[in-house]
Design a protein around this ligand. Sequence first.
Ligand SMILES: [Zn+2]
Length: 307
Amino acid sequence: MVTAYINHVACTKHDMGRAHPESPARLAAIEDHLISSGIAGLLERHDAPAAKVSEVARVHPLEYIEAIRAASPRAGIVHLDPDTAMCPHTWDAVLHASGAAVLATDLVVERRASSAFCAVRPPGHHATRTRPMGFCFFNNVAVAAKHALEHHGLERVAIIDFDVHHGNGTEDIFSDDERVVMASIFQHPFYPYSGTENVAPNMANVPLPAGSDGKALRTAVEKIWMPALDDFAPQMVFVSAGFDAHVEDDMAMLRFTEADYAWVTQRIKEVADKYADGRIVSVLEGGYALSALGRSVVTHLKVLGGF
Ligand SMILES: [Zn+2]
C-alpha cells in the first residue's frame, strides 16, 4: 500500500507577515527536500478538500468557527494574538489544513493508504476548543481523531505529539476522554507553559529541560510513552509532527537530529503495526529552520513509507 501526501495550494498562501517564522517558505522547503531526496515520486499525492463545518464542529463550537471566519480580513493582516494572524487567504488555508487531516483519516481507515502525511499550515495543536493561539486556529489533528472516532466508529485512538511545544490545545480537547491517549514530549518550562499541572490520566506528558537531546527522547518514549500505549492498544495512531525540537531550530532549545526523528517514527510505526493494523496519520505542526525541517520531514516520510 501507498503512503499518501496531502497538501493544498491555499496552505502556501496563508501569510502572517514577512518576519513571521510560520511562513509559506516552510512548505516550499519541504517540497525542495522531497525532490532532492528522490522520494517525491514515491508518495501518492492528494489535494486536500476544505473541511466541512460539521467536521470541525466535532472539536470547536460553531460560535468559535464563525468568529474565526468573521475575523478574516479583506486586505492586510489582522492579529488575533501577538503570534497568530490572518491574511485574506488564511480562512481558506485553515479549512484545507483540517480537510487534509480528515481526508488522511479516510484514506487510512478505508485502506486506500497505509499511512498519510499532511503537509499543511497553519498548524493546529495549540488551538483549544475556543481559542486560537500559537500560530493555530483549528486543531487539525483533533479534527482528524474525532473523525476517526465519530464518523468511522473507532473506539480508541492515540495522538503522539513530538513538537517542541506542549500541545495544550489537543490536551484541552481530549483530557479525560477515555477514547484517546495522548503521548507527548515538550521543552519545559517553555511556551505555552502547560502540560505539567493537573494532567488528566489519559495524557502521557514528558517535559524535557532545555538542552535535552535524542537520548532524553528515547528514554521518555521507552519509559513513559510505550507503557501507556501498550496498555491502551490504540486502533489508530495520529501524530502531531512538529520538527522544532531539531538542534538547528532556534525557536527552542532541544537538540534532536534527523536520526532521532527516524527513531521515534520507527517506534510509532511499531505501535501502529502491533495494535492498529499499521494505521498512521501524521500532520505537520512546527519546524522553523527551513533546511532542518525539509530534511526531517523526508526522514519521517522515509520511515513511514518504508522507502
Ligand atoms: Zn512547536
